[in-house]
Design a protein around this ligand. Sequence first.
Ligand SMILES: O=C(O)CCC(=O)C(=O)O
Length: 254
Amino acid sequence: MVAESSCAAQIAQLRAQGYVVLPRFVPREALVELNEVARVQLDRRETPLEFEADLQYPGAPPSRSAAGGGTVRRLLDAYARDAAFAAWGTAPSVREWMEAYFAEPVLMSRAHHNCLMTKHPRYGSLTNWHRDSRYWSFDQENLVSVWIALGEESNANGGLWFVPGSHRMVFDPEKFDQAKFFRSDLAQNNEIIDTALSPTLAAGDAVFFHSNTLHSANQNLTDRVKFSLVYTYHGRSNPPKPGTRSASKPEVAL
Ligand SMILES: O=C(O)CCC(=O)C(=O)O
């Protein structure tokens, strides 16, 4: 159970900053199990997978047949992969937090995030500045993602960067490129990007962030794969728009 006062303070921080770190969110034993399952599933290359070469973000191998072309970016559909992953997607601590934030019953999307993100040394790509809601279709751009670090995360291994307060900023469409990345060739955008922070996460820490918070991540310059479990939530009164990718998979009521 989440202590009421800390939950309220975390929610206030997410509303103000667009993200909040929850230290020691996953206890040690559960973390050991999540790491074991993650490594076994990556070793066995259990499908469904998304490859770096398919996405072509900066630093990715040019094709699946090129050197490093088999580098996995995401183990998709974390919820269906293993009971340990599913349990954290629907954990009581997540439900309590999300219900307090949305002030109504909450659903987990299986169409967005719902994955085990991996970032590999050498062939793992960097992700430019973006808002997750760029491709998501809901009446209100008000969703929250939970990013659980299965190991330590920092800029050195491609940890996330966030622009504090950016979830409330209003931008002209031309501030984004055709792929809806926030353009870093514009001086005004750079003033905003320059305010970004990269929280260092310990294994088991989580970062909760708003779907409109600008974020990015560099490449992994260490020699170890980084693993993060990521899910996204929204309130019941804000369902995905019918016929869109956001509505393409049944959701999970918490
Ligand atoms: O780990 C990364 O490269 C960033 C991932 C990310 O921002 C996303 O999938 O939306």
